[in-house]
Ligand binder design. Structure first.
Ligand code: CA
Length: 229
């Protein structure tokens, strides 16, 4: 099964770091894209919104801090998770980054494990459906890295759309979502599908989950939720 992966934009001009970070992200199950200047980063996010940005402090055309301020100044990018990559460990620099709207920072040199952990922590906080960590509810377990779902440790067959839907529900348990919210957040708002389609996928998801189908609840006249209660 192929699932579109979470895109992480690396804004970094040092080839060795780009290579290391790309390798680390790919191994963790994300889709890395690298640009080398602030200008290219701005062009990229205008065309396609990544799910997270790793932003170097010192870039050839302008500082990462300026780009950060520009991104945060634009309403459509307000919520974009951003981690600053910095060789600077000076306290005032960290504070400047956080003041300009960075969500977190990682000081070079960093270990691949630390970077992966920081990214997962930030994604879990902001958009948990993009974190690459195993998610569970009852007897159901979803592994985003291998794109597999198991029920009592037995792998089950699940369609692409149902996988995405289940991942979203698992990332936001005990919360009700309307059909239009699910369309926006699971399929993306540029996808033209009818709200009725959501019902079809929920039906298929329940079927795939067999004895665990009760996890997906219908909330009358509102929508759906995942609940263990
Ligand atoms: Ca640099």
């Amino acid at each position: 099964m192929t699932v579109e992966k979470t895109t992480i934009l690396i804004v970094e001009d040092e080839p060795a770091i780009v290579e290391l970070v790309s390798f680390t992200l790919r191994a963790a199950g994300w889709h890395p894209v690298a640009v080398h200047t602030a200008g290219d980063a701005w062009d990229f996010i205008g065309r396609r919104m990544p799910q997270l940005i790793l932003l170097d402090w010192m870039l050839p055309d302008q500082t990462g801090l300026r780009l950060l301020a520009r991104i945060r100044g634009d309403r459509q990018f307000n919520d974009l998770p951003i981690i600053m990559l910095t060789a600077k460990s000076m306290e005032e620099d960290k504070i400047a980054g956080l003041d300009h709207g960075a969500d977190d920072y990682v000081t070079k040199p960093f270990s691949p494990r630390e970077l992966t952990a920081r990214i997962n922590a930030l994604l879990r906080r902001k958009t948990p459906e993009h974190a690459q960590t195993v998610m569970r509810a009852g007897s159901v377990q979803l592994d985003p890295v291998s794109c597999s779902v198991s029920l009592d440790q037995q792998k089950i067959d699940i369609g692409h759309a149902e996988f995405k839907l289940l991942k979203f529900f698992l990332a936001h348990p005990e919360r009700v979502f309307s059909r239009s919210q699910l369309l926006d957040r699971v399929w993306g708002d540029h996808v033209m599908i009818e709200e009725r389609t959501v019902d079809v996928h929920v039906l298929r998801l329940r079927k795939a989950l067999k004895q665990a189908e009760h996890l997906i609840k219908t909330v009358r006249s509102v929508g759906y939720m995942l609940s263990e209660k």
